[in-house]
Design a protein around this ligand. Structure first.
Ligand code: F3S
Length: 778
């Protein structure tokens, strides 16, 4: 069928974001002609800073964009959670700008420990983290950022309820930010430094992702939920299968899903390594916008889809779905009617077992048969639909006189969903059953869980959650807790049974009066019958215009927060007098360079967190972990010696082997060495993201032209660069070598190196850091 088109030249006009989107989209169509586009491409390319430059660079005249073109994008907004927002804001502050260039929000969700229940936990969490929250709140006021106080909700749920609008592109400083793809936004998880680039108004770079299409047909059966789509897909694709891809869902099955169900599927796209995930806009999306009191946004979305602007061509219409005939790089078919519930884990989200096979797998693998706790909710699965489906089960069990046999915890994703569930009696059903409602925060999902059930660290036990991640120790810090992922319905059924071998579709429980009880299939409502509640006044968002008079609160004595000083610019000559701090052997991941765990609390304090720099690296000369030797032969830890040299004004470099900086985009792994005085890292090869991060912080990454030269340079050697300054001034063109004076013999050798400094990156290094450059340019 052909959708009739309408002109709106005299009719209602598009809101500014859609006007921009439509104008860019028209340009994309002009550059790409009749090329058929996927939905992901339409949204992404319509956010290009310079459409023609990006789509024609590195590509065959606009064909073959995916995997090749370097996209420079202008996101519509940035969302940050409290742990990662600290360094992002500190970096932003060092740019001395009066406000953020695009809208942004901060969500205080990661720092609240789940222990006794919402009220107690929230006040304890606020007390422990007061200075961090005060800092975030005052910085939000100063720069005009939306501030969601502790207890207001988890970032991804709050973003879906308030900021996700179809067709937008957002960045989030958290890996599950793609959750908003359930409402047809392209939302990408990034580190703080990337977020800051967007906040200062610089275009954000991304290699054009490939697009993996997932065609959904059929309709989910009674016991099956949207969560099972992604649990199943994770099993098919494994934790790396989505790397470099945007996952785009399409097909008639999409129309059978709720908007929040689609968000759950997108949320866990992070578990297959996807850049992001996205669903088309459907009637369910429109219903969700209206029930979250965003009637206007749903009208705007409709308007955009019928808006031609000046053109009369069909192509001018921006539909929130792929063009007919658009090609995917890979297609996976999932028939929803044939899908069964899945349980994934332990310890990895891609170990996927269908429910019908789970009992035999538990017995075979000798996994614990006793279930110690069931936890539902979180950013992944706390929708009205999820919770009312569980409510129907809990009420039936209650009638039969049953209570959960395992501890049962519920984490609402936001104050909006919590207060609505309270109003509609759902929460009461949970607490009547003995469930503990935790605060609207991440809690056990991010290791913030104090268990009181006597399961000591080191004891093997099984828990089932409706969360998204299940790495070892993720929930309670106990590496022996086997954590399985499932839908909230399956978690709840098993919590009642207290057993990992229970299958609610086939098995019965025995009631206190000896009768057989079989859970009827869960029934819920997609959304509330009257719009969502807004919740408690003190948990509402603080939206504000920037106020330059606000003082950002950082106590000079704080151990958790410290202002960032801009790094020095590169000297107007080559570097001389550097010394090799340590020569590392073996793997050197971002965890090796900047460990997590207990160090997380110092994320906003660069001097303090720098005390962990390279503290698990292996010294090649001695085989010791975290050992470095000063020029006088005295032994120190690596960060100790680095600090000594920093204080003495002695710049340094590190020598390492392959894939230096693999693991994550953790920006602290580049910031800390830079802060302590590193100017160069020379190694056999780099992990790509970390190599870019080093350049952004003004550290020069070099690789040996001949890997064997790794053997010719040692700790303590003096190093000068040859050709580096010229290469930087020439925008990345030219050769760089190292003149090495051996510490013991005084012999001088030349080591040729390679670099991947581009025309755009050389100015970062010259300015001292990307931020120095960006703040100058604005
Ligand atoms: Fe992340 Fe879990 Fe919070 S996935 S945002 S830690 S609820």
């Amino acid at each position: 069928a052909h959708t009739p088109t309408r002109h709106f030249s005299n009719g209602p006009s598009l809101p500014p974001t859609y006007e921009r989107l439509h104008a860019k989209y028209t340009e994309v169509r002009r550059v790409l002609g009749s090329q058929r586009l996927t939905l992901a491409e339409k949204i992404l390319y319509s956010h290009l800073n310079n459409v023609e430059d990006s789509l024609l660079s590195n590509t065959n005249n606009g064909r073959d964009i995916r995997g090749k073109a370097n996209l420079k994008l202008n996101p519509d907004r940035v969302n940050m959670q409290d742990a990662s927002a600290q360094m992002a804001l500190l970096q932003f502050m060092s740019c001395n700008l009066p406000q953020t260039a695009i809208p942004a929000s901060i969500h205080c969700d990661h720092l609240i420990v789940g222990e006794n229940g919402a009220d107690d936990d929230l006040s304890a969490g606020i007390k422990t983290n007061q200075e961090v929250f005060d800092f975030l709140e005052s910085a939000s006021k100063k720069y005009g950022i939306d501030f969601w106080p502790p207890g207001a909700g988890i970032i991804h749920q709050t973003v879906l309820e308030n900021y996700a609008v179809p067709g937008l592109m957002m960045l989030g400083t958290d890996s599950h930010s793609p959750n908003a793809g359930g409402l047809t936004t392209i939302t990408i998880g990034v580190g703080g430094a990337d977020a800051v680039e967007a906040l200062v108004g610089a275009p954000w770079e991304l290699k054009a992702p490939r697009v993996l299409g997932v065609r959904l047909t059929g309709k989910l059966n009674d016991w099956v939920s949207p969560k099972d789509v992604i649990l199943h897909l994770a099993g098919l694709l494994t934790v790396r299968g989505g790397t470099g891809f945007i996952v785009e869902y399409f097909g008639p099955g999409v129309d059978t899903l709720s908007c929040t169900g689609m968000a759950t599927v997108c949320n866990m796209g992070a578990e297959i390594g996807a850049t992001t995930s996205v669903f088309p806009y459907t009637d369910a999306s429109s219903r969700y916008l209206r029930s979250t009191r965003r009637e206007q946004a749903s009208k705007d979305a409709e308007l955009l889809q019928n808006y031609q602007g000046a053109s009369s061509a069909q192509d001018a219409l921006f539909k929130f779905k792929a063009d007919e005939g658009a090609e995917y790089d890979q297609v996976i078919d999932i028939n929803l009617s044939g899908l069964e519930p899945h349980i994934n884990g332990p310890f990895t989200p891609d170990l996927s077992t269908p429910l019908s096979k789970f009992k035999e797998t538990v017995l075979e693998q000798k996994w614990p048969e006793k279930l110690s706790a069931g936890l539902i909710g979180s950013c992944t699965n706390s929708s009205y639909e999820d919770m009312t489906r569980v409510e129907s089960m809990v009420k039936e069990a209650e009638k039969a006189g049953l209570k959960p046999a395992a501890d049962f915890y519920i984490t609402p994703g936001s104050e909006q969903i919590r207060s609505t569930l309270e109003r509609d009696g759902t929460l009461e059903a949970f607490t009547d059953a003995g469930g503990i409602v935790l605060s609207n925060a991440c809690g056990p999902c991010i290791g913030q869980w104090k268990r009181h059930d006597g399961v000591e660290k080191g004891t093997s036990n099984a828990i089932l959650t409706s969360y998204n991640r299940n790495f070892r120790g993720r929930n309670d810090g106990n590496p022996d807790t086997m954590n399985f992922l499932a839908s909230p319905e399956i978690v709840t059924a098993m919590a009642y049974a207290g057993s990992t071998t229970f299958n609610p579709m086939t098995d019965s429980l025995t009631t206190p009066d000896g009768k057989e009880f079989r859970f009827p299939a869960p029934r819920g409502l997609e959304g509330p019958q009257t719009p969502f509640e807004v919740g408690k006044d003190n948990l509402k968002v603080q939206s504000q215009a920037p106020d330059p008079n606000v003082q950002v609160v950082i106590a000079p004595t704080s151990e958790r927060l410290a202002l960032l000083e801009p790094f020095d610019a590169f000297p107007s000559s080559d570097l001389t007098g550097l010394r090799v701090l340590v020569k590392i052997t073996g793997k050197c991941t971002t965890d090796t360079i900047s460990a997590a765990g207990p160090w997380l609390k110092y994320k906003g304090h660069l001097p303090n967190i720098s005390a962990n720099t390279l503290n698990t690296a292996v010294n090649v000369a001695t085989g010791e972990v975290n050992a470095a030797y000063n020029l006088d032969g005295s032994k120190h830890t690596i960060p100790e010696l680095a600090r000594k040299w920093k204080e003495a004004g002695q710049p340094w470099l590190v020598v390492a082997e392959h894939n230096y900086g693999e693991g994550s985009a953790r920006e602290h792994a580049a910031l800390q060495p830079r802060y302590l005085g590193a100017r160069i890292i020379v190694c056999k090869s780099f992990a790509r993201i970390h190599e870019t991060n080093l350049k952004k912080q003004g550290v020069v990454p070099l690789t040996f032209a001949d890997e064997a030269d790794y053997d010719r340079i040692d700790a303590g050697d003096e190093v000068a660069t040859v050709g580096l300054y010229e290469m930087l001034v020439n925008g990345g063109k030219g050769e760089v070598s190292l003149r090495v004076t051996k510490k013991d013999s005084g012999e001088e050798i030349i080591i040729p190196t390679k670099h991947a400094v581009s025309k755009d990156q050389a100015p970062f290094i010259l300015a001292g850091s990307a931020l120095n450059l960006l703040s100058k340019g604005i």
